[in-house]
Write a protein of this length. Structure first.
Length: 233
């Protein structure tokens, strides 16, 4: 009796695991296919890794960057691993190279870091330039010019010109670059989840089938035969 219960439970658990595995397979395939379709729609071609050491300003591609890009050279960006390589080993390198070319210190080569660099280095220089050029201005007037002069294309202050260039770098290269990197890395993450779901699905399906089959194959032990004895008088 107990054996039949165990066999029934094995069959039920096997079916449940198989169904969960099928659901995970459907979800994993959907995630992987969706990521692939969305990436292909962008029509991005992966760069030629052989050109990377000299392509960026300052030649900032490392051997690790080249090795990460090499397997995908000149192919369409259509998978999570390609998206990650493009984000971390191509876009990020160009962002750092542009910041380096603009004279931004290595520890400030981020969106927030460039803003700090402007405020710490060039805002004080612009303040000094304005005060030297227009000593009769009040502190409030000087502060107003410090904010407005970087946006003046005809400004005569060198610090303002530099701030304008750094602001453009911060907005165009780093803000937009980080937005694109974030999108690509999200695609990589969802693609990875899809791949893990597919692997887990196969494990669940195989385990479910084995348990289901075991519910038919396992045999219970026969109860021992008790011989009747007679009491002799």
């Amino acid at each position: 009796m107990a054996t039949n219960v165990y066999k029934t439970l094995l069959k039920i658990v096997g079916v449940v695991l198989a169904l969960i595995g099928i659901g995970a397979m459907i979800g994993g395939n959907f995630a992987s296919g969706f990521v692939k379709d969305q990436l292909k729609a962008q029509q991005i071609t992966m760069p030629d890794a052989s050109k990377q050491p000299t392509e960026a300003q300052g030649g900032d591609f490392t051997q690790a960057d080249v090795d990460a890009l090499k397997p995908f050279s000149n192919t369409q960006l259509d998978s999570g691993p390609k998206a990650k390589a493009y984000a971390d080993n191509y876009i990020a390198v160009h962002m750092r190279s542009a910041a380096k070319a603009a004279g931004v210190p290595e520890d400030k080569q981020t969106f927030a870091g460039i803003g700090e660099y402007i405020n710490e280095t060039y805002a004080p220089k612009l303040t000094d330039e304005i005060k030297a050029d227009q000593p009769n201005l009040s502190d409030d007037e000087v502060k107003a010019l410090v904010k407005s002069e970087p946006n003046n294309k005809d400004t005569k202050y060198e610090a303002a010109k530099t701030i304008g260039k750094l602001d453009a770098l911060r907005t165009n290269s780093f803000f937009e670059g980080n937005m694109l990197r974030g999108t690509l890395l999200s695609a990589y993450g969802w693609g990875l989840i899809g791949t893990i779901a597919i692997i887990a699905a196969w494990v669940l399906i195989v385990l479910g089938v084995l348990l289901f089959v075991a519910g038919f194959v396992i045999k219970g032990k026969k109860a021992p035969v008790v011989e009747k004895t007679t009491i002799q008088e």
